[in-house]
Every structure is written in C-alpha cells, then in structure tokens.
Design a protein around this ligand. Structure first.
Ligand SMILES: [Zn+2]
Length: 324
C-alpha cells in the first residue's frame, strides 16, 4: 500500500473510543460463542488446517478490530503533530470523489497549509470543467452522503447487469428517482453497487444539498447506541431526524444485525422505516434475506411497510456469479 492510500485508510477510521467499544463488544461476543460451541480456539485451529493461509476465516472481528485500533492509534499520533484544526493528516483533504469527467479530487480540503495547496489545485482543475459549480455541488452531496470508498466510482453504466440481466437494467435506468427498492440475494452479487448506482442516477437529475445518505444498518444502530453514552454532540433525536428526513436513504445490509421482532433494534428500525413510509421518502434497501425471512426476523410491521414502499416489481432478487 502506498503512503497516500495508507493515510486515506487512516482518515476513514472511526475514533479510537468507538473502536475500543466495538472491540470490547466483539470480545464479549466471541467469549459467549466460545461457551456455546465449547472451543472457539479448537474450531479455529481446525479451520486453519482446512483452508489455505490467505483464505483463513480467521481473522474474526476481534483480530480485525485489534488491527484497526492499532491503525487508529497511529492516526492519533500523526494527528497530534499536525496544526490545530487539521483533519487531513498531511494529505490536504479528505474524501476522494470523482468529477463528472472522472477526475479524482478531494471532496473536502483542509484549512492547513497542505490543504490550501490542494485547494488551489482543485480550483484550477474545476476551472477546466464546463459545469464547475454543479460539479462542486454534486461532489459535496456525494461526500456528505458517506458512500463507502470502494463504491466511489460506481454508476449503473459500469454494472455487469447490462449483459447478465438487460431487462432489470432498463428498469433501473428508467427509475423515476421516487419509488423505493429492495435488493436481496447472497453476499457479493452486487446489491450495494446497484444501490449506489441508483443514488448516482438520482444525483445526475437533481442536486439538493443533503439529499442522500448511505448507512449500513449495523453502523446506523451503533451510531444511535453511541449517543446514549455521551453528553454532547448528536443526540438520538438528531440521528433519527437525519435518517427519517433525508430524501434518499440507502439502508445497506438490512437483517444482518442480531434482532428480534420486538425489542430495541426492531423499534428503532420501525421508527425510521415507518416514518419514511408515512412521508413517502425514497429508500433503497439491500439484504441477504428474502422478504419472508426478513419478516420472521424483524417482524410484520416493518416488512409490510417495505413492501408498500417498493411494490412487488421493485423487490429484486440478485443471483448469478459472485462479483468479488
Ligand atoms: Zn490538514
């Protein structure tokens, strides 16, 4: 990994406290699992004998989080040496984003000396674009939407569905940017890519600030939980308002979380999805589960609203080759 890529990775990490809290939870989960299967360590030992080293499932959540935590500490120590207010770790900006002609830029530049240099470069680049202003607006919306880095350059045109399912592709391209979608199927079938592609399509036709937001459902839930343990910053009500009012919300990986049809998780999801349903807000769901399985997991009241929001022809199963 080159230096810039590594630093971009550092920029994208959550705070050290958040990672520590996640690690504590993951260790608890692992230890609980340990009791149930009587021997996590021996299972893992077995798995490592059966799997080639680079495919080892290993590295379960605990090891991954320990690794991230190490990186976050590296980030914090770089950060401590930067000028006050600098968030870029010396890169000049954060959030790689693409202009309409494919030029890669920082979506947000920093106030530090490196940031001012980057700002001049960006201004010069944009001056060469015919619709510089709209481009900047769209970049900002895309940045604020928090589309994951690995989907930054995605659009429907680059989807393999063009050849594998041209009929679905036509329906997607004809989308009115209003009615909701539910994409489901096994891992790696391009569900999230399609959701991001549709968001890009919506951005091509309109560019209202704050018009879209991407959230993996487990992340959304832990963001809400995190508000309970702090006294300042965003409250639960702020977050719920954000999730319900944003005109286009991508809820990625619905049903991946541990959930019972009644209980805290289902209640929060119902608050968000029920409110979006009542106010006709567009929502793009992705899930590993078909609607019936999802219904058993998170309950009728939520599923009924998802079905109403999407309509049967917008509930789409993605099969075919694993794209990863
Ligand atoms: Zn900076």
């Amino acid at each position: 990994m080159n230096d810039q890529k590594h630093t971009i990775l550092l920029q994208s990490l959550p705070s050290t406290e958040v990672l520590r809290a996640r690690l504590t939870r993951a260790i608890q989960d692992r230890d609980r699992g340990h009791q149930q299967v009587s021997g996590w360590a021996s299972l893992r030992g077995l798995a490592s004998q059966l799997t080639p080293p680079d495919l080892q499932p290993l590295t379960g959540p605990v090891e991954r989080l320990e690794h991230y935590l190490q990186l976050a500490e590296e980030r914090d120590s770089i950060s401590a040496r930067r000028p006050a207010g600098c968030f870029c770790l010396g890169l000049g900006g954060r959030g790689r984003a693409f202009t309409s002609n494919g030029t890669e830029l920082w979506a947000e530049t920093c106030g530090c000396p490196e940031g001012r240099v980057e700002q001049v470069k960006i201004t010069n680049t944009l001056a060469h674009l015919a619709d510089a202003e709209a481009t900047v607006r769209k970049l900002r919306i895309w940045r604020v939407a928090e589309i994951p880095d690995r989907f930054q350059g995605w659009n429907l045109a680059s989807s393999p569905l063009h050849t594998s399912n041209p009929k679905l592709m036509r329906t997607l391209l004809d989308w009115d940017c209003q009615r909701s979608w539910y994409f489901w199927g096994p891992y790696g079938r391009g569900k999230t890519g399609l959701a991001v592609g549709l968001a890009r399509l919506a951005l091509d036709t309109q560019d209202r600030p704050g018009m879209m937001l991407f959230r993996a459902v487990p992340q959304l839930l832990s963001e809400i939980r995190a508000t309970y343990s702090r006294d300042e910053g965003q409250t639960e009500a702020d977050l719920l308002a954000l999730y319900t009012k944003t005109p286009l919300l991508i809820l990625d990986d619905l049903g991946a979380e541990q959930v019972k049809p009644t209980g805290w998780v289902a209640d929060r999801l119902y608050q968000i999805i029920g409110d979006r349903h009542a106010n006709d807000k567009t929502t793009i769901y992705t899930s590993n589960l078909d609607i019936d399985t999802l219904r058993q997991k998170i309950g009728d009241r939520i599923c009924w609203r998802i079905i109403e929001m999407c309509g049967e022809d917008h509930i789409v199963e993605l099969r075919g080759a694993n794209l990863r």
